[in-house]
Design a protein around this ligand. Structure first.
Ligand code: FAD
Length: 385
């Protein structure tokens, strides 16, 4: 077996793991990032690219998203790659009184947290966006939200980390996490060179929906389940809007990219676990697109793809240390909105790892919030290894 050492091992080179490696490298800590495919190959490059702070489930997540947007603003310059980040705004539509009341209540919390949002009534909405399908009764708008190109972002961050001394091993699958006496001792991995035993005092588990597979060996359950979701892209169209527009009521979202293509995805609809998507799933998805913008029903769809989300029971990520296992850090379970959070999580997790104290509170993201039954579902941390 090949032997190695690293100050920090990161499992998973999605936007989250890559961003953590990048921020650690900026502080002189050369982590070893292990990715079973290539950086960003999974959800991180398949996302719709929405970078929003509005409509977050909790205040803690809102603050994390706002901190992340500060990182996004300088990401292109800092990585040396134009990741097509623009702040074109987000528009969240309501088609029912309940939805409108929910958005209105949320707007008060957002304004109190310093996030500039506006409520638009029906007349205002259709005055500004006459191309929308009928039936919406209002919307919440946030001008500082935006989009970036997911196919560019994670490779750019991983490359920036590597330039600063992080080691990025592609096509390397972690097959086990080792511990002894209540603390992490390293990981085992395999790649084309064979099997590896990598000693490390700190391991960051950022493997998205695959995270529970390895943590079971550690003796605790992580409540993350995979969920596949479909997205597609039209041919380039005359520019109609700049915002990321979404409606939970219509079950669909749309946003323009730098070429003028509209990316259209399904909101709140999961098509199961790691199984392949069927033609029927794609047909159902395509039928929905005119629910939001009738003109999109006519547009040719150039490409359809899908990715796997890592869902937690409360749709909020799991971030931070795990009580009872020193040196083990979780950064996973982003439940369909981790692209926006990724760069900010990289910064905050690097602070937690290096200083013990992050600049944004991670209190609301602990694994412990799910209670002992879930956290230690197999009877607390087991074994002696
Ligand atoms: C269609 C779609 C649209 C989306 N739209 C948005 C959006 O608009 N805005 C937004 O904020 N979010 C969006 N998301 C969600 C977002 O993509 C994810 O929340 C985010 O990418 C999660 O990043 P991650 O790094 O945690 O996970 P991932 O990108 O899943 O990365 C995990 C990585 O770990 C690797 N890995 C797993 N197991 C191992 C192992 N044993 N050894 C080595 N490597 C391993 C995987 O190969 C993978 O690369 C969307 C997702 C999809 C699928």
């Amino acid at each position: 077996m090949n032997q190695r050492e690293a100050p920090v091992v990161i499992i998973g080179g999605g936007i989250v793991g890559s961003s953590i490696a990048w921020f650690l490298a900026q502080r002189g800590v050369k982590a070893l990032l292990l990715e079973k495919s290539t950086p960003g190959f999974e959800a991180s490059s398949r996302a719709a690219g929405g970078v929003r702070a509005q409509c977050r489930d909790t205040t803690d997540e809102r603050k994390l998203a706002m901190a992340s947007i500060e990182v996004w603003k300088t990401l292109a310059e800092a990585t040396g790659t134009d990741v097509e980040y623009t702040q074109g705004g987000t528009l969240r539509l309501a088609a029912t009184d309940d939805r409108l009341a929910e958005l209105t209540a949320q707007s008060h919390e957002e304004l109190a947290d310093g996030l500039e949002v506006e409520m638009w009534d029906e007349a205002e909405l259709y005055r500004r966006k006459p191309f929308l399908a009928p039936g919406f009764i209002g919307a919440k708008y946030c001008a500082t939200d935006g989009v970036a190109n997911p196919r560019l972002v994670t490779p750019a961050i991983a490359a920036a980390a590597a330039r600063l001394g992080a080691e990025v091993w592609e096509e390397t699958e972690v097959i086990g996490i080792d511990r002894a006496d209540g603390r992490i001792t390293g990981v085992r991995a395999r790649n084309a060179q064979g099997e590896w035993s990598i000693a490390a005092p700190k391991v960051v588990h950022a493997a998205g929906p695959w995270t529970p597979q390895l943590s079971t060996d550690l003796g605790f359950e992580i409540p993350i389940v995979p969920s596949r979701t479909i997205i597609g892209r039209t041919e380039p169209l005359p520019r109609l809007f700049t915002e990321f527009i979404s409606s939970h009521d219509a079950g669909v979202y749309a946003r323009p990219d730098a070429r003028g293509c509209i990316h259209i995805g399904a909101v709140g609809r999961s098509i199961g676990d790691f199984e392949e998507v069927t033609e029927a799933d794609v047909r159902t998805y395509l039928e929905k697109r005119s629910n939001l913008i009738p003109a999109l029903g006519e547009a040719e769809i150039e490409e359809v793809w899908w990715g796997t989300l890592a869902m937690t029971p409360d749709r909020t990520p799991i971030l931070g240390v795990v009580e009872g296992l020193d040196g083990y850090y979780l950064a996973s379970g982003f439940s369909g909105h981790g692209f926006a959070l990724g760069p900010g999580v990289g910064k905050v997790m690097s602070e937690l790892i290096l200083d013990g104290e992050p600049s944004v509170s991670l209190d609301g993201f602990s694994l412990a919030r799910f209670g002992e039954d879930v956290q230690f579902g197999k009877g607390r941390i087991q074994g002696t290894g």
